[in-house]
Design a protein around this ligand. Sequence first.
Ligand SMILES: [Zn+2]
Length: 354
Amino acid sequence: MSILDNVDFLKNEKRNNINIKILRQAVESGNVSHANLFYGNSMNLLGKLALFYSASINCANSGCGLCNTCSNTLKGVYSNVLVVEAMGSILRIDEVFELQRFMNVSSYIPGKKICIIKEVELMNDEASNRLLKTLEEPPDEDCIFILLAEDISVILPTIVSRCTVFKWDFNLEKDKDLKFDRRQLDDILNKGIRNIIKSESSKDTGNSLSLNLSLDLINRLNKMAEKIKIWRNGELNKIKDSGAAGSDIKKYKKILESSYKRKLNKFLNLGINKVFDIISAWLEDIMAVKSGAKEDGLNYSKNYFFIAENTSNIKIDKIFKLLEAVEKNRIYLKYSIYKELALDNIFLQFQNLS
Ligand SMILES: [Zn+2]
């Protein structure tokens, strides 16, 4: 049994399972590729997965999860594993130097020296070329690189072609950063949806309730996204303090800005998708109660009595239509910059279910 078999944040699907099998075989045969590129939809979870793999490589039992090597690696404090955030090294090439130094010093602990580089897509040309050189001529055969990226289309092709590439699909529900946020959305939504349903049953037909709810949600999402802004400002300050040349700072700012937009967009999409999940769950529950289900047959059993008492006016065909609209809007969401409109539209329909 290896910790690689129990990565609970990976979706249980074919490609992931094949990837895991390949990694396990590499670990067990001692034939680990020295240049690996992991990419997938969460930098946070890519980082975690890279640590799982690193632990398995150096553990005497191919990743028992219990020994010192495993537990220290998973905590990120094992001295044979270096984690570099590529973000900062765009100008501060010293981070690339740091990893070259790390790879050149013979390790005092037996085993492989592993360097994990996060957000490889954000490296500038200078840092990329230096990295490429290191990949082409690794200091010694005990060096292993695991490069991490959310988007490989912008990485130097010569780097990609040097690596064994693995694409991963993550179960984003397991992403801790988002988990905490979700509870805030749950609270607003459950209260808001109850109000909308109540106003329907009392024939109070203004649209302000639904519009206010979508406004509340967007405000909350934007507030939650402030941590991304804080991250961007922190990176900007680091660079300003680094004494880099003005032209480099300008270049970096541009890259940082597009990275910021990408992160923000992704965050908002995830948030609104979560909102859609909750709305669908409510709609399914209303249908279930109407067709005689009891509490334990619902997504949210605590809503059973509320639904039973307040939804007699709601028409089943309208629920179907709204469920369909939710799924359509999920697809539009990827392309739309007006995310508020998607929510407005859905809540307006919600308010007119009877
Ligand atoms: Zn172990």
